[in-house]
Design a protein around this ligand. Structure first.
Ligand SMILES: Nc1ncnc2c1ncn2[C@@H]1O[C@H](COP(=O)(O)OP(=O)(O)OP(=O)(O)O)[C@@H](O)[C@H]1O
Length: 587
């Protein structure tokens, strides 16, 4: 199946959705058939009932036995088909939800972590949950009503024609066709735009609320509560406006549909009486037509939901079809054994600009090395490109120019799984899951033993703290790790990295929350625990880089100095200037 482009039209989106939900198409079709039988049985019940009342009112009373058995038979048929329709409909709903969620995560996985820096958190959440839910509802609860809203009236009209009168059937058909085709077209474009815009606004609202909750400390600290509420209120007001317009359109549509229905029924009565159609049959025909108009409402609901569903599908599609920032090589190359060096060769990288603008390159022809088995510090002023250099070493993104090698192998040629095992990362803002300490540590290696967890925590100088918690390693870390200090969180994150068997540690300012003495102790402990490992550390604490084996100094996306820290500190230059700025006295 060819994949539609990111601004896919409805046909392409439908092909994609049908492809994803293929396994539920058969039960969906069966559910639709049972719904049709249910509706037709309902129409027949209504028609037979009205006809019976008319005959009882006249002097031609029907046989009670025949009437009762017909009604009971139709009721049973209706009940059984309704049960089967509902049963299959729910089956389809749950399976479709599962299929859509799987598709979404399978597509997002290769995009992480790049997608996290591209997407706003609330927006991503909105797409991952609400958009998928909306599609599921459309799929499982809107499709069958729409199809049967056309088929059931079509069958009813044919039966009226064959059993009562074709002119009456023609009038009913004309009225029903008008409600099915003309009414939904009223302001259809407006409804579609409203649905798209509503989705965007909802994303903005979720984003705003998520930001307010995550930034609660800043919001409270700077007294921004009213402003945040006002911002969210503005979006809500806009949502309300869009919703009100859509509701007004829906009211006009409904009123038009009711007027057409009323005129059709009146015309049927006038023509039927004029043509001297049998009263009982005429009453039954009008009753069936009346009920058919109710059924056509399914198409109207479908069209309203259709707009919202396509809007959801479009957002989900754009998210899931963004090409992954990095791809697994077709024929992965294995890494050599032993300590691994990381080398950047003439590397250039520019972050993608939002809205097609241009950005300045974050890295400009960087050539540097973090020698195997040694401790390298990347230093430089804020925004110099240190984190970007580290991200390239982790292959979170690929360079625009040049290459990054690990143990001599181009990162783009090494399987991502092998790479993630060989190189581990402690980020500037480590995330701790709302689970126990042990579970958080085992994320790195699920089969790690209790003793291994303890050893890693001892090495990261966090064991004593964990042991002092109410349930030791089984203590819950707490949502968003709010109960942990920055330094404790950083050390737990380091312990998590130490649980792995990684040969390269990329540490992004992992000691920034520790006092100088503890930072030095942790660094020495890491060295002692993993003497063969290559450590690439980003640090603002330039003084601590004096203890490293190798230093790379970056400035404005370029390497300006590199070498052993003692040599660099001894000559005037960027490194000496950084040290001086931090009050380190040079000999
Ligand atoms: N996700 C991003 N999108 C766009 N630009 C980015 C992104 N991350 C970093 N940049 C830009 O790239 C440049 C290098 O940033 P980088 O984070 O690598 O610097 P750094 O030396 O690690 O800074 P710091 O010490 O402040 O963490 C900066 O100009 C920064 O604004």
């Amino acid at each position: 199946m060819s994949e539609p482009t990111l601004d896919a039209g409805r046909a392409a989106l439908s092909r994609w959705l049908l492809g994803v939900t293929r396994p539920v198409l058969a039960p969906l079709a069966a559910s639709t058939v049972f719904r049709l039988v249910d509706l037709l049985a309902g129409l027949a019940l209504f028609g037979v009932g009205v006809a019976a009342v008319v005959r009882f009112a006249g002097d031609d009373a029907p046989s009670l036995w025949a009437l009762a058995s017909t009604m009971i038979g139709l009721s049973l048929l209706k009940a059984v088909s309704r049960y089967l329709e509902q049963f299959l409909g729910h089956l389809v709903a749950f399976r479709a939800l599962e299929l859509l969620r799987r598709e979404m995560f399978a597509r997002l996985w290769p995009q992480a972590p790049a997608v996290m820096s591209r997407s706003r958190s609330g927006d991503l959440l909105e797409r991952a949950t609400k958009d998928v839910d909306r599609l599921e509802v459309f799929f499982a609860h809107t499709f069958a009503p729409a199809v049967t809203a056309v088929l059931a009236p079509a069958v009813a009209v044919t039966v009226i024609g064959a059993t009562v009168s074709w002119p009456l059937a023609g009038i009913a058909a004309a009225g029903l066709a008008t409600t099915l085709v003309a009414v939904p077209m009223f302001e259809a474009r407006l409804a579609r735009r409203a649905a798209d815009y509503t989705g965007t606004l909802r994303g903005r609202l979720t984003h705003s609320v998520t930001d307010s909750v995550q930034g609660l400390v800043e919001v409270t600290g700077y007294g921004l509560q009213q402003q945040r509420l006002a911002d969210a209120g503005t979006i809500e007001a806009e949502l309300e406006q869009v919703g009100a317009r859509a509701a007004r359109t829906a009211v006009v549509r409904r009123a038009a549909a009711m007027a057409i229905g009323f005129a059709t029924l009146l015309a049927m009565v006038v023509v039927g009486v004029g043509a001297q159609v049998d009263t009982t049959l005429l009453a039954a025909a009008v009753a069936v037509a009346l009920r058919s108009f109710d059924i056509t409402k399914g198409v109207e609901d479908f069209l309203v939901d259709l707009d919202a569903s396509f809007a959801s599908a479009r957002r989900l599609f754009a998210l899931t079809h963004t090409p992954p920032a990095v791809a697994d090589p077709a024929e992965p190359q294995s890494l050599p054994g032993g300590p691994l060096d990381i080398a950047w060769h003439e590397v250039g990288y520019t972050y993608p600009a939002e809205g097609g603008g241009s950005r300045e390159a974050a890295l400009k022809g960087v050539t540097a090395v973090a020698p195997a088995g040694l401790h390298t510090c990347l230093v430089g002023t804020s925004g110099a490109g240190k984190s970007t250099l580290a991200q390239l070493a982790l292959r979170y993104v690929d360079p625009d120019d040049g290459a990054v090698t690990v143990g001599g192998a181009d990162l783009r040629g090494v399987g991502l799984a092998e790479l993630r095992t060989a190189i581990t990362h402690v980020s500037q803002r480590p995330f701790l899951f709302n689970d126990t300490v042990a579970a958080n540590l085992r994320l790195a290696r699920p089969d790690a033993t209790d003793d291994e967890l303890r050893e890693a925590c001892r090495q990261a100088r966090i064991h004593d703290h964990v042991e002092g918690l109410s349930h030791g390693y089984d203590t819950a870390v707490g949502e968003l790790a709010g109960r942990w200090s920055g330094g404790q969180r950083a050390r737990l994150a380091l312990a998590r990295a130490l649980v792995t068997r990684a040969r390269v540690f990329v540490l992004d300012e992992y000691t920034s929350n520790l006092d100088g003495e503890l930072a030095g102790e942790v660094a020495r402990s890491l060295r002692a625990a993993r003497p063969e490992a290559t450590v690439v550390e980003i640090t603002h604490r330039v003084a601590s880089s004096l203890e490293a084996d190798h230093v790379v100094v970056l400035e404005d996306g370029r390497v300006v100095q590199a070498g052993p820290p003692s040599e660099l500190a001894a000559v005037p230059g960027a490194y000496a200037a950084l040290l001086e700025r931090q009050g380190v006295l040079l000999a």
